[in-house]
Design a protein around this ligand. Structure first.
Ligand SMILES: Cc1cc2nc3c(=O)[nH]c(=O)nc-3n(C[C@H](O)[C@H](O)[C@H](O)COP(=O)(O)OP(=O)(O)OC[C@H]3O[C@@H](n4cnc5c(N)ncnc54)[C@H](O)[C@@H]3O)c2cc1C
Length: 446
């Protein structure tokens, strides 16, 4: 088998039989043609005799996603459809409740098996569970997101990076392998509708005031960004990745989030550079920190609430609930970047305008929301709402974990006690001034 057997997990207990009929790849989290384990597995099942069809079932609204994120996604999917054509693999776009659409398609073409992407978030898991119950054929999940599959690396919620790191490193040599090539198909194909892209844009039923951003979408743009990172920015990563003015991070998170680029491809290419300390520091973020987020969301259904925070953090936040706040703002104040702090407003503006905020600023930004909100619950809600509304990479395990890390000590430890924060790690503008040229950042974004 070309796809590692432990990436594969049946969602309804049935196992595929390759002679049973057409194969559907229900593309969801991994929106790409290259380096996609789910697509490769579906192609493998189809073999030389059965047709493979790729379907994306688009819900007209999705969590807090705005028009900006739908636009980015639809542009990327259009490229997916064009690229699949080169392999004679048809792509269909269905609009509606994804679980119902997939079941309908499977019945229409008398599919023998449906393959889909691993996703730890509850709404996608809800669709998968419902489809698994309705389908008369196997529904098979493939983890094409994590280098070491999330269900394999650990069977429980990990305490912190230090507990998942050795588990990942122990298995990495087995899973960090080169991808096989996708093989074109040459079988007669079932009748399926071609995508109506204009209809899809019209169907999107979300906040249209949050406009698309300049960042180019799609696999091609993702690979170009990776190439430019490897060529000019990776070497500075160890020294400069905490400087929001220096362009030393990869800015790959939007492409990873929409599955337009595989983290495994990034890791393989970065590992081939021999970039020393920068390489190690980058791979720690890309692999250990990112896969820790999927681990948390997979095993903790309270991943976006204070109920998901460690007990010590909840207790310390409770103890400091009544501390006097120097400033308090509402979600709307924060959203409009109307706080007293130019640095905070600058970070908010960077996110609103570009759909991306530098990682160091995300920590400062979220911690100040904790300090300037009437309660930790309110703070967490504000952080998650704004992150999901504006960031292209929002609505992701990394987003929920980053929010809980900042506001409620997830994967962290107790620090020296302070007002409002209790023992939650503190950050302030003075600390930022020691790290980077704060005024330069402010003048860029205000
Ligand atoms: C409050 C808060 C909110 C966040 N929201 C998101 C989010 O919505 N989506 C998101 O992808 N990341 C989020 N992060 C994590 C991190 O800040 C971003 O992944 C990173 O800044 C993206 O920029 P980059 O691609 O240039 O990162 P790089 O530094 O180039 O890192 C490469 C990749 O490694 C991964 N990575 C880097 N830092 C982290 C981290 N701390 N935790 C987990 N994975 C990491 C990401 O996939 C990233 O694209 C958040 C962090 C905080 C503190």
């Amino acid at each position: 088998m070309r796809v590692h057997a432990r990436r594969i997990h049946s969602l309804n207990g049935s196992q595929p039989n390759i002679h049973d009929g057409p194969v559907i790849y229900w593309m969801s989290r991994e929106q790409r043609v290259q380096d996609n384990w789910g697509l490769l597995y579906a192609r493998e099942l189809a073999g030389a005799t059965q047709p493979l069809v790729v379907c994306f079932a688009m819900s007209p609204s999705f969590m807090c996603a705005s028009f900006r994120q739908y636009d980015f996604m639809l542009k990327g999917l259009k490229e997916v459809a064009d690229n699949l054509e080169k392999f004679s693999i048809p792509f269909t776009l269905r609009i509606g409740a994804p679980d119902c659409e997939i079941v309908r398609l499977a019945n229409d073409i008398r599919a023998g098996v449906v393959v889909t992407d691993f996703d730890p978030l509850r709404n996608v898991q809800g669709w998968q569970k419902s489809a698994a119950g309705e389908l008369k054929v196997p529904l098979i999940e493939v983890d094409g997101r994590n280098i070491v599959p999330a269900r394999i690396v650990s069977d429980k919620q990990e305490y912190a990076a230090r507990t998942i790191r050795p588990k990942i490193h122990r298995l990495l040599f087995e899973y960090l392998e080169e991808f096989p090539k996708l093989i074109p198909q040459s079988v007669s194909l079932p009748e399926i509708a071609t995508p109506d892209w204009n209809g899809a844009y019209r169907a999107v039923n979300v906040d249209r005031s949050i406009l698309p951003v300049e960042l180019a979408s799609g696999e091609n743009a993702a690979h170009k960004t990776l190439a430019s990172f490897l060529k000019s920015r990776l070497k500075n990563y160890a020294e400069k990745s905490n400087d929001p003015n220096g362009e030393s991070t990869s800015v790959l998170s939007p492409y990873i989030q929409f599955g337009q680029l595989s983290a495994q491809r990034i890791a393989l290419d970065v590992a081939a550079t021999g970039a020393g300390e920068s390489q190690d520091k980058f791979l720690e973020q890309l692999i250990v920190r990112r896969e820790l987020s999927d681990n948390f969301c997979l095993y903790n259904s309270d991943y976006d609430s204070l109920n998901g925070a460690p007990d010590w953090a909840v207790a310390t936040l409770d103890d400091h609930m009544d501390d006097k706040r120097s400033y308090t703002y509402t979600l709307e104040d924060f959203d409009r970047a109307e706080t007293h702090s130019h640095l905070w407003n600058g970070a908010q503006n960077q996110m609103r305008k570009t759909g991306y905020m530098h990682g160091y600023m995300r920590m400062y930004w979220a911690k100040k929301i904790l300090e300037w909100s009437i309660s930790p619950e309110q703070a967490l809600k504000t952080v998650i709402t704004l992150n999901d509304r504006y960031q292209l990479d929002g609505r992701s395990p990394n987003g929920y974990v980053g929010s809980l890390w900042s506001v409620a000590g997830l994967h962290d430890r107790p620090w020296k006690k302070r007002p409002v924060y209790g023992a939650i790690r503190y950050m302030n503008e003075r600390g930022c001034r020691r790290k980077f040229k704060v005024d330069e950042y402010i003048s860029r974004w205000i």
